[in-house]
Design a protein around this ligand. Structure first.
Ligand SMILES: *Cc1c(COP(=O)(O)O)cnc(C)c1O
Length: 400
């Protein structure tokens, strides 16, 4: 494979092994970024070690704070979404928690939409109970509700588009304008759009958070998140919090996400197309009252989706007719053979779940008699669409 000059050892064998340096990488170029590992990052000299670190620069000071594999992933994510700053963190939820904790201190207040990713409500309750950070929920379909809950101490307006489980698209432009007029920072959970179908920084957002766990990874084998920004001061606050909390991600996991990114646009487009075909097939089924997919005009906020988004994900929900019980909904999901029962989405397997939302959130979904059946969430994977439709058809046939 290669020839190496033999040098008479000048130390004991253990010292020789530890201090042997890697071969030069000069002349080697390839698509994959090497998986750089390393907790200790060597400095040239004491002056370099003592030099001030730029926490939001590409500084190499300690393994926890970034190495070329992690920075390369952050750079590619920033390029995809049009951000000037990005960091990767252990999960999508961590990314949201970092933004909240960077922007809010005791006595501050933030706004979250009532259809937010569920664990964010738990985060908000915990920050309130333990640190005195107040929060209010707003109805993302009714901007007047923002006016009633905003406070002089509101420092962050959080958004998610479309919302988790029920897929309403809010008027993001109006929310950003409202937040700015009230002196609050703005952030969006942009996981559904995967940074592709919606560009938050063209619309004035301070932060975007991605659950890389979903489409960017794409193979259901990594948990990771990212915080992106083009507001240097706001991003520096997040990075400071990231360092204080000592968060870091494995370079080997970054390597898997970097590999996923190569096919991200292809997978996103293909899965979206498959998902829409499945959604259209379900729309015809007599057991189904409505399909909550932003592509359909009956999905609340469709006009904002059409205005602001250039694509869509392969996850959506269906509302069964009101005569169906929760037990029947569970039987339908349990009868599926190809769809797995699992959280998350964006991976190769299609997934299905019966989801529960509070009655207060069903008001946008009720029929003319104020009734709303059970809700099933479906995430379409990489299988052949005809097989998925056949699977859903047999599950509905058996149980309705
Ligand atoms: C999955 C998900 C998250 C959380 O991501 P994790 O990496 O699982 O923590 C956040 N927001 C949305 C919309 C998600 O679907």
């Amino acid at each position: 494979m290669s020839t190496f000059k033999h040098k008479k050892p000048t130390h004991g064998l253990s010292t020789e092994i530890v201090h042997s340096r890697p071969v030069s990488a000069n002349g080697f170029s390839s698509q994959p970024v090497p998986v750089y590992r390393g907790s200790s990052t060597f400095f040239e000299n004491t002056a370099a070690q003592r030099a001030p670190v730029n926490p939001i620069g590409l500084d190499y000071s300690y393994g926890l704070h970034g190495n070329p594999t992690q920075y390369t992933l952050a750079k590619k994510l920033a390029e995809i979404e049009g951000a000037t700053h990005a960091l990767v963190c252990p999960s999508g939820l961590t990314g949201i928690a970092l933004v909240a904790q960077a922007c809010l201190k005791t006595g501050d207040h933030w706004l979250i939409p009532e259809n937010v990713y569920g664990p964010v409500q738990a985060l908000a309750r915990s920050l309130q109970a333990d640190y005195g950070v107040e929060f209010s929920e707003y109805d993302p379909c009714d901007l007047a509700s923002l006016t009633t809950v905003v406070q002089p101490n509101t420092k962050l307006v959080w958004t998610e588009a479309p919302g988790s489980l029920t897929f309403e698209t809010p008027d993001l432009r109006a929310i950003v304008a409202f937040a700015k007029a009230n002196g609050a920072r703005t952030g969006i959970d942009n996981t559904w759009a995967a940074g592709i179908a919606y560009k938050p920084f063209e619309h004035g957002f301070d932060f975007s958070v991605q659950a890389l766990t979903k489409y960017q990874c794409g193979h259901a084998d990594v948990l990771m998140g990212a915080v992106l920004s083009n507001n240097t001061k706001a991003f520096a606050d997040v990075e400071r919090k990231n360092r204080i909390l000592g968060l870091g991600v494995s370079p080997a996991d970054c390597d898997l996400v970097l590999r996923g990114l190569l096919t991200l646009p292809l997978r996103y487009r293909q899965q979206a197309e498959s998902g829409l075909l499945v959604a259209k097939a379900l729309k015809q089924h007599p057991a189904i009252a409505r399909v909550l997919h932003p592509e359909f005009p009956e999905c609340p906020g469709h006009e904002f989706y059409k205005r602001d988004f250039t694509g869509f994900a392969s996850i959506f929900s269906v509302v069964l007719k009101p005569e169906f019980t929760d037990a029947q909904a569970c039987k339908i999901i349990d009868s599926l053979k190809l769809f797995k029962i699992a959280y998350s989405w964006g991976g190769p397997e299609s997934l299905g779940l019966v989801v529960n939302i509070p009655d207060s959130r069903r008001r946008h979904l009720v029929d003319g008699h104020g009734r709303c059946g059970p809700i099933l969430r479906l995430a379409v994977g990489l299988e052949d669409t005809a097989d998925l439709i056949a699977d859903l058809t047999q599950a509905l046939q058996t149980n309705t």
